[in-house]
Design a protein around this ligand. Structure first.
Ligand code: NAD
Length: 353
């Protein structure tokens, strides 16, 4: 199969393969679209089973970034880089300098940042060879940890969905949170402050104890979280939480959380809709993180300090966009994930023309 026949190819503007003999760098940078502005999206380091698997991931992730950036109303297109290798044993500063040269060769068509397997320290090395890097620490334009901003966007999204589905505020509503890492822990605190009752699950016992101590949350096992009596299920762990096996177990009226790729496959969105559950499309509700990163790129480009007010305005707009998606889903009687995809594609097409 050629690249252009791949089911994951969706009009990508460029798919670039880079090899550096000295460091062994093997990297793919996929630029899905620059219609709305330079492509922005993180770099993932992963031990892919084959180069084909790496290309597939880059195609999917870069398209996802186009959609996410469009729904966050950012002047950025979508791109993503992947480095083929084991992030635990094969990282060197020289490898990330070579990666920086690869990014730089695209002359600003793609901005990179952190993703799975890539840390701020790796980006420091990348920055030595390209300026098209966000997510660095210790400078005036730096945006810092995006998780609190992501969690704020998710919190507002949960509140909106509860208003729509249950016609009430968060006081007394029960939210089951799967995963209390960076985003899940901040979300738990915000929900607790708003009067919600919490049920939490994680594989990390210390994270569970800390969040429970701060919020009074009830702890259940990672399997039992799907069966609890709750109003909202908030996936904040890894992808694929909503599947053909977990969906029938959920008793909730709302699914709204911070995790990426919550729906295990393309058919699940329809099944969620058919069960009468209100679903906040993941890449819309969790757009706060990329908004924060965009704030850094914007500040770097203008040579000014990071502006939290700009981020706050974009977060307000994000909540409006989620409202629009839910409105269309209700009126058109169609799953919210499909409606979100259509709006994202329309925004990108409008910018292109
Ligand atoms: P994190 O690694 O800090 O937290 C994830 C948590 O999930 C960890 O505590 C982990 O122990 C837990 N976990 C793993 N497997 C689990 C399981 N089977 N059941 C329950 N818990 C499990 O990551 P994060 O930064 O909080 O991100 C969480 C999700 O949100 C990810 O899907 C990420 O891609 C997405 N996201 C994060 C941001 C951000 O700003 N950090 C932005 C957008 C999207």
């Amino acid at each position: 199969m050629t690249l252009f026949d791949s089911p994951d190819f969706e009009g990508h503007e460029g798919v670039h393969a880079f090899f550096d003999e000295k460091t062994g760098l093997k990297s793919i940078i996929a630029v899905h679209s620059t219609a709305r502005g330079p492509a922005a999206g993180g770099c993932r380091m992963w031990n892919y089973s084959s180069a084909e698997a790496a290309v597939t991931d880059a195609l999917r992730l870069s398209r996802g970034m186009s959609y996410k950036n469009a729904m966050a109303d950012l002047d950025f297109g979508g791109g993503k880089a992947v480095i083929i290798g084991d992030a635990r044993s094969q990282k060197t500063p020289e490898l990330f300098e070579a990666f920086g040269r690869a990014v730089d060769s695209l002359a600003g068509r793609y901005w990179t940042a952190e993703d799975v397997g890539v840390s701020p320290a790796d980006l420091v090395a990348t920055r030595r060879t390209t300026r098209y890097v966000a997510g660095l620490e210790g400078h005036a334009a730096a945006s810092g940890d995006p998780s609190p901003v992501t969690a704020e966007g998710v919190f507002r999204g949960v509140r909106l969905c509860v208003q729509r589905a249950l016609n009430r505020d968060l006081n007394g509503v029960t939210v089951a949170i799967q995963g209390v890492g960076h985003v899940g822990a901040y979300l738990a605190e915000k929900l607790h402050a708003a009067g919600a009752r919490l049920i939490i699950a994680d594989v990390n016992a210390r994270a569970l104890d800390e969040v429970a101590a701060r919020t009074g949350a009830r702890i259940v096992s990672t399997d039992a979280i799907f069966d609890v009596e709750a109003d909202v299920f908030a996936p904040c762990a890894l992808g694929g939480a909503i599947s053909a096996t977990t969906l029938p177990r959920l008793k909730v009226k709302v699914i709204a959380g911070g995790a990426n790729n919550q729906l295990a496959d393309a058919t699940i969105g329809q099944a969620v809709y058919d069960r009468g559950i209100l679903y906040a499309p993941d890449y819309v509700i969790n757009g706060g993180g990329i908004i924060n990163v965009a704030g850094e790129i914007r500040a770097l480009e203008a040579g000014v300090a990071f502006d939290p007010d700009w981020v706050a305005t974009k977060l307000d707009r994000l909540a409006q966009t989620l409202g629009e998606v839910l409105d269309h889903s209700l009126v058109d009687k169609r799953p919210a994930n499909l409606v979100a995809d259509e709006i994202a594609r329309a925004r990108i097409a409008a910018a292109r023309s």
